[in-house]
Ligand binder design. Structure first.
Ligand code: NAD
Ligand code: ZN
Length: 361
C-alpha cells in the first residue's frame, strides 16, 4: 500500500509492499531522470546480503556510486559522515544529485544528514530495511551521534520518498523484529485502543506474516505521519512519539547501547510509562500489568531493571535531551489512545520504579 505524507512544503509517498523496489524503475523514473548522479549509502550487512538488489539499483542510472558504511550505530559518526561527504565530492556530486539510504534506521539517519548538508541540501530517498525504520524513515529527523550523546548533531530534512520492499525482511534477525515491533505497538498505544487490543491478542506479534505486516506498518506510519503533519518541528504533539522513551533511553544508556536493541528498551520504558499513567493520571488500573505479561510472552526481557539502581537510571534520564530544568517530562496516557505530557519529580519517579520491580518479579 501507499500513504501520502503532506507537510507544509513537501509531499511524499511512503510505499510498503512486497515488491516495492520495482517502483523505482517505473513510478520514480521521472525523478531519477532529473538527477546527474545517484549515491547509495548502504551498511555492510545489507551490502553483503543484498548484492543482487544493489546491482539492480546500480542499473537505474548511468552514474551510480555506492558507499559502504559500518553496520548499525557505528555509521552515525562524524568520521563516517566526513568520509561520505568527501566521497561524494570526489565523485563529482552536485546540488542536482540524489542519495539512496539503503539500510536500517542508522543508515537512514546518517544518509538524511549527509543529504541535508551536502552543498546545503540535496534530495534523498529512504529504502529502509528494518521494521523499526517505519518509525525512523518518516518525519524528516536526521542525525549523527557525538561522543557526548546520541543524535546530538542533525537536521530536519524530508525524503523524496520512502520505499519498503517487504522481501527485505526475510533476513531480519529476531532481535531487530522485536525492536521494530515495539515502536509499532507504541504507535498503537498513543492512537487507538482497539488496535492496541488487537496487537495484545496477537500471538505472532513479533514476527507477523507479510500481509498482516504490510497492514500494520501502514497503520504505524499513518500515526507517525499524522503527528508529524501537525507538528513537524516538535513544539507540541510530536512529543507523544516519545512514549516509553524517557525511561527507555535510560535503560539504553545504562546497558551501553549494546545488550538490548532500541525497541527492547522502549518496551521496558512503555511498561514504566503505563504504570506512571495509572498512578499519576487516569489510565485504568491493570494496563501496565497486562502489557508486561504480553511483552514477556513475546520474549522481551526485563532483567535490566534489577541490574541498575534507581539512582543510576535517574541520572541517565536527566541527561536525556528532553529533560529541562531538573524536572522530567514523561508522555503518559490518560487512557489508551490519549497521550499527554506530564512533569514528574524524583520521588514519584522512584515510587513507580519500585512498583515496577514488584510487578515484574
Ligand atoms: P540499524 O540501522 O542499526 O539496523 C539494525 C541492524 O540490523 C544492523 O546491524 C543492520 O546491519 C541490520 N539489518 C538491517 N536490515 C537488515 C536486513 N534486512 N536483514 C538483516 N539485517 C539487517 O537499526 P534500526 O533499528 O533500524 O534503527 C535504529 C536507529 O534509528 C537508531 O540510530 C535511532 O537513533 C534511529 N531512529 C531515528 C528516528 C528518527 O526519527 N530519525 C526514530 C527512531 C530511531
Ligand atoms: Zn524509538
Amino acid at each position: 500500500g501507499v500513504l501520502t505524507i503532506q507537510l507544509p512544503n513537501k509531499t511524499y509517498d511512503v510505499v510498503i509492499e512486497p515488491n516495492g523496489y520495482e517502483r523505482l524503475a517505473t513510478e520514480y523514473a521521472p525523478l531519477l531522470k532529473t538527477t546527474d548522479r545517484i549515491g547509495i549509502i548502504v551498511d555492510e550487512t545489507v551490502h553483503t546480503l543484498y548484492s543482487e538488489q544493489l546491482k539492480r539499483f546500480e542499473q537505474l542510472h548511468n552514474e551510480v556510486h555506492t558507499f559502504i558504511v559500518p553496520k548499525g550505530e557505528a555509521c552515525k559518526t562524524l568520521d563516517v559522515y566526513g568520509r561520505a561527504q568527501s566521497f561524494l565530492l570526489q565523485k563529482g556530486f552536485t546540488r542536482n544529485s540524489l542519495l539512496f539510504a539503503f539500510g536500517g534506521g542508522a543508515v537512514g539517519d546518517l544518509t538524511g544528514f549527509i543529504a541535508a548538508t551536502f552543498m546545503r541540501g540535496i534530495r534523498f530517498i529512504q529504502l529502509p530495511t528494518t521494521v523499526l525504520a517505519h518509525d525512523s524513515a518518516v518525519g524528516g529527523k536526521t542525525a549523527i551521534n557525538m561522543p557526548e550523546g546520541k543524535n546530538m548533531v542533525g537536521a530536519f530534512h524530508q525524503p523524496e520518498a520512502v520505499i519498503f520492499d517487504l522481501n527485505i525482511f526475510e533476513t531480519l534477525p529476531e532481535r531487530e523484529w522485536r525492536s521494530g515491533m515495539a515502536e509499532l505497538i507504541k504507535h498503537a498505544y498513543i492512537s487507538d485502543a482497539t488496535w492496541t487490543e488487537q496487537l495484545l491478542q496477537d500471538e505472532q506479534f513479533v514476527q507477523p506474516a507479510f500481509d498482516t505486516l504490510e497492514e500494520q506498518l501502514l497503520k504505524g506510519v499513518s500515526v507517525k505521519a499524522k503527528i508529524v503533519e501537525e507538528d513537524t518541528f516538535e513544539h507540541g504533539s510530536r512529543k507523544f512519539l516519545n512514549f516509553g522513551h524517557t525511561f527507555g533511553h535510560a535503560i539504553e544508556a545504562a546497558t551501553n547501547f549494546g545488550t538490548l536493541s532500541h525497541g527492547e528498551c522502549v518496551m521496558i520504558g512503555m511498561a514504566y510509562a503505563l504504570l506512571l499513567s495509572e498512578k499519576a493520571s487516569t489510565l485504568q488500573q491493570g494496563e501496565a500489568k497486562k502489557f508486561i505479561q504480553f511483552a514477556k510472552q513475546q520474549g522481551y526481557l526485563f532483567d535490566s531493571i534489577f541490574e541498575y539502581s534507581f539512582e543510576t537510571l535517574y541520572q541517565f534520564m536527566q541527561k536525556d535531551k528532553k529533560a529541562s530544568f531538573g524536572t522530567l517530562h514523561f508522555v503518559i496516557l490518560e487512557k489508551i489512545g490519549h497521550p499527554n505530557v506530564m512533569t514528574v519529580d524524583e520521588s514519584l519517579c522512584r515510587e513507580v520504579f519500585e512498583e515496577m520491580r514488584q510487578l515484574i518479579e
